[in-house]
Ligand binder design. Structure first.
Ligand code: PLP
Length: 399
């Protein structure tokens, strides 16, 4: 048989999917499973989104569309980002992709040659490493543990940028930690970025609508507008509008980058379907009650999660302030046993927790932090308390 390309071998199956798959199997076998594993919003977009999609279908041209995105979508996105605080952008600064994941892959192809360096903080979203591996980039991880609230410091960033990486990839609010950077923290990091003009900056901020405690969403270009010619903002309808399956991602950045991504689109995907475009336009420009209500709901669930984890002796959980994830440090369990099963690390912890209590969480090592595990709290509230109680029980039974 002929060989596959080496880049395929570099791409690993997602650890999140592995645990989710195991949970699904146990459920199919009749076990009572509570899943805290997948980061999918458990809500649907507003009715106006479906109405726009139906209406679009009734006069669909069936033709290819724009590689950059339909003008109506670009205009809706411009209004959306202006409401977030971006100013001075035009259609030429924008481009589209099939979800933020595809947009990030396009950006990696557009900005990184084989052997170039990309840096990002750990804990990181698993896909960052995979995309870097696929395009053959070198990864420099900046470790940001629970003792620093999982947040990157200006000193760490300065040291990483001194190596002149081609790309710095930033994520705020964070998947997997739920951490959100304040205006002051963003400004301090932006000051460092200004000193290093050779590095592109990607801000993957697709959870920007889910920020709690009045912190607000902040971007480097708000603090230092001169960074606009190097910062690429990534957004998506997936998490904000409960539309992960509709697959719409967008960027706002320097014209040269938007043009490069558009050229890649012309070779990869050509365009988005009209019906999807209409749905995304309705999401961006229609009533914003759904995202607002979900944000309030997630803030309430965050309180429940933090309170429950905080009551477990030895478990530290830096308080998330956005998205729908918590990332407790569970390393107190390492070296102990659960009913005779030895737990040496996060992977064994999550496997034993799923087996013994039917609760699926993702091992932190998937995100570059093996002392922790990720809890995604998008499940119904009725499952949240029992799931957390089972985790507490599991810890209490360790010896
Ligand atoms: N970026 C982060 C930080 C994510 O958590 C995800 C999805 O989980 C994505 C990007 C991909 O989003 P999309 O569904 O738009 O591809």
């Amino acid at each position: 048989m002929p060989q596959l390309a080496q880049r395929v071998g570099r791409a690993k199956p997602s650890a999140i999917m592995v645990i989710a798959e195991k949970a699904k199997q146990l459920k199919a076998a009749g076990r009572d499973i509570i899943s805290f594993s997948i980061g999918v919003p458990n809500f649907l977009p507003g009715e106006h989104v479906y109405a726009a999609a139906r209406e679009s279908l009734s006069h669909d041209s069936g033709q290819y569309g724009s590689n950059r995105g339909a003008e109506v979508l670009l205009d809706a996105f411009l209004k959306h980002i202006e409401a977030l605080g971006f100013s001075g952008y035009t259609r030429t600064n924008l481009s589209i992709g099939i979800g933020a994941k595809h947009v990030l892959y396009n950006l990696a192809e557009a900005l990184l040659d084989e052997g170039d360096e990309i840096c990002f903080a750990a804990p990181y979203w698993t896909t960052y490493r995979d995309i870097a591996d696929i395009v053959g980039a070198k990864v420099n991880v900046m470790h940001c543990g629970p003792e620093q609230n999982y947040k990157l410091t200006p000193t760490q960033l300065d040291a990483a940028l001194a190596r002149k990486p081609r790309v710095f990839l930033f994520n705020n609010p964070s998947n997997p930690t739920g951490m959100v950077y304040t205006a002051g923290e963003i400004a301090a990091l932006a000051d460092v970025l200004v000193k290093h003009p050779d590095t592109w900056v990607i801000t993957d901020d697709i959870y920007n609508s889910m920020v709690f405690d009045g912190i607000g969403y902040h971007n480097f270009v708000f603090a230092r507008p001169e960074l606009r010619d190097r910062v690429i903002f990534v957004d998506s309808v997936s998490k904000t509008y409960g539309m992960p399956g509709w697959r719409v991602g967008l960027i706002a950045g320097p014209e040269v980058v938007a043009k490069a991504v558009t050229t890649l689109n012309s070779n990869h995907i050509t365009s988005l379907p009209e019906v999807i475009t209409a749905a995304a336009v309705a999401a961006f420009s229609g009533p914003q009650e759904v995202p607002r209500a979900r944000c309030a709901e997630f803030a309430g669930k965050r309180d429940i999660v933090v309170a429950a984890l905080g009551a477990i002796p030895g478990v530290a959980c830096p308080r998330p302030q956005g998205a729908f994830y918590a990332f407790p440090d569970i390393s107190v369990a390492f070296g102990k046993s659960h009913h005779g099963t030895k737990i040496n690390n996060d992977v064994e912890f999550c496997a034993a927790l799923l087996e013994a209590k039917g609760v699926a969480c993702v091992p932190g090592s998937a995100f570059g932090e093996p002392r922790a595990m990720r809890i995604s709290y998008t499940c119904p509230t009725a499952q949240l308390q029992p799931g957390l109680a089972r985790i507490a029980e599991f810890f209490a039974e360790l010896n």
